[in-house]
Design a protein around this ligand. Structure first.
Ligand SMILES: [Mn+2]
Length: 149
């Protein structure tokens, strides 16, 4: 499957991402766990899970739980990678740790994969030499001082 032809909506992405994480962590994803993690009603989860089943992201059997299809796994993996990359990105540019998670949740669905790849380059650029991070911090210190004078 080519990324882009058959893309899940942002909300679908949140569900696929969460299901992938739960299965990775616990070996299974229950409707009640998904509902708790995403802070939604279990009936909304059931509805979405049925849609994801219809679109071949997963197989849902009421009494046996759900499993991701290959397509669902592939996308889940990319969504989790994207989330983690964006966290590293905000961290490297010096965003306050307590803002990082919510900011990533706010932007992750709205960037093209082109932007994600370029952000990946930028993170790699900073990780390559710690000095680059220090230099950026110095620029930030200077800018903060200007702001407060
Ligand atoms: Mn996320």
């Amino acid at each position: 499957m080519k990324w882009g032809d058959d893309m899940p909506t942002p909300t679908m992405e949140d569900y696929i991402e969460e299901i992938y994480l739960l299965i990775d962590l616990k070996g299974y994803a229950r409707v009640s766990d998904i509902a708790e993690e995403l802070d939604v009603h279990p009936s909304s989860v059931t509805k979405m899970v049925q849609k994801l089943d219809k679109d071949d992201y997963l197989i849902y059997e009421k009494y046996r739980g759900l499993v991701l299809t290959d397509k669902g796994k592939k996308i889940g993996e990319r969504l989790v990678f994207r989330h983690e990359l964006l966290e590293r990105f905000l961290e490297v540019i010096g965003v306050d740790p307590d803002k990082i998670y919510d900011d990533v949740e706010g932007i992750e669905h709205h960037l093209s994969w082109n932007s994600i790849d370029r952000i990946g380059d930028l993170v790699a650029y900073f990780k390559e030499k710690e000095q680059r991070v220090d230099d950026l911090r110095n620029v930030q210190k200077k800018n903060e001082q200007i702001k407060h004078t």
